[in-house]
Design a protein around this ligand. Structure first.
Ligand SMILES: Cc1ncc(COP(=O)(O)O)c(C=O)c1O
Length: 370
């Protein structure tokens, strides 16, 4: 091991991503690297696609991890579906939905937004009213807003465009694996997540899934997808084709990790994993309430992303510093207008365990009692 790597701290990751990685996932990632067209590599890829369909609750043929972080999933979804001048409606109540606006605008879309204040879930009536005013090619929403700790009502919003030709695009980077996702039942056409949140894999893959309607829209494009690397029509030939066609060199060791993590999740059972996230969220909320912290979100609080306002006299940034320096625990600070005002704590994947929550609570108690 290099001298630099030999000095790294072992940090308990309790920010809303990246989350702790299970030892068997790290072990899987250290298996020998295989070539991207090796029959054993294809075997892992096939298993991965089946696992992702199970976790996303979809029959979509086009379901695979994009090589890149959650943002690559976002870029892939928009760049394949948008052509200049297309009308896109973004439900905006946080940093990541604002990023959607930026990504769609850069592609030449005419973007409208339905806003709701940070920390509150979007109102269905507001989305419905906007959809009644104009026809949109895409309706986009962030399931779990990592900047505010809100889970938006993705299933209900999807009902508004079911049966129409508006494509429903959902970001569940911070949701998949921690809370229920039903790609098919909720009428989602373009879906993406990230490996480093509730799936508890290091950052680097963005599981994605596209419906037949989304694939149909892609096939009817007037112009080529302006990004070669993220062009789904090319990437799918590598994931599904017979024979497989090289597109880019597969990050195979990341595939091993994701495969093992999905195996862990499916072996536990999705419902059991969701119940565990909820229970650990409650354990954290109870423990911090006893110390005078209050949950920032009053309605629609996401169990996996928790924002806490510290009690008077406790500085959020100083507390974060104490946790990292004295206890080797990472939590995140607020984003945007919430910078310095809140702690953002992940209850995600392997971090949603009693030992992790209790270790964090004990450390916070020690830090604030000084
Ligand atoms: C909801 C949401 N969308 C997108 C992203 C971007 O993902 P990444 O940082 O993995 O590129 C994040 C990251 O935190 C996120 O929370």
């Amino acid at each position: 091991m290099s001298t630099v790597l030999g000095t790294l701290d072992h940090v308990l990751l309790m920010a809303p991503g990246p989350s702790p990685v299970a030892p068997n996932v790290l072990q899987a990632m250290s298996l020998p690297t295989l070539g991207h067209l090796d029959p054993d590599c294809i075997k892992v890829m096939d298993a991965l696609q089946d696992q992702l369909r199970a976790v996303c609750k979809t029959e979509n043929a086009v379901t695979f991890p994009i090589s890149g972080t959650g943002s690559a999933g976002m870029e892939t979804s928009f760049v394949n579906l948008i052509e200049p001048g297309d009308a896109v409606l973004v439900v905006n109540n946080g940093v990541f939905s604002s990023r959607m606006v930026e990504v769609a605008s850069r592609l030449g879309a005419e973007v409208d937004v339905v806003e709701s204040p940070w920390g509150t879930p979007v109102k269905i009536e507001d989305v419905k009213a906007q959809l009644a005013k104009k026809h949109y090619k895409i309706l986009a929403v962030v399931h779990a807003e990592t900047s505010t700790g809100v889970n938006n009502p993705v299933a209900e919003i999807g009902e508004l465009v079911k049966g129409s030709d508006t494509l429903y695009l959902v970001d569940s980077v911070a949701g998949l694996g921690g809370v229920d996702v039903q790609v098919d039942n909720w009428g989602i056409d373009a879906f993406y997540s990230g490996s480093q949140k509730c799936l508890s894999v290091p950052p680097g893959l963005a599981p994605a899934s596209f419906s037949e309607a989304a694939m149909d829209a892609m096939s009817k494009r007037k112009n080529k997808v302006p990004n070669w690397y993220l062009d789904v029509s090319l990437i799918r030939k590598y994931w599904e084709g017979s024979p497989r066609v090289y597109h880019h060199t597969a990050p195979i060791n990341m595939y091993y990790g994701l495969h093992q993590a999905l195996d862990n999740l499916l072996t536990e059972g999705l419902d059991a994993a969701f119940a565990r996230h909820k229970a650990m969220h409650q354990r954290l909320v109870d423990g911090l309430s006893d110390m005078g912290f209050s949950l920032y979100v009053k309605e629609g609080a996401a169990p996996q992303v928790n924002l806490f306002v510290p009690p008077a006299g406790v500085d959020a940034n100083a507390l974060r510093g104490c946790l990292r320096e004295k206890h080797k625990i990472e939590v995140a600070g607020g984003l945007g207008a919430l910078a310095g005002k809140v702690l953002r704590v992940g209850v995600m994947g392997e971090g949603a365990r009693p030992e992790a929550i209790d270790k964090l609570l004990t450390a916070i108690r020690t830090c604030i009692s000084k």
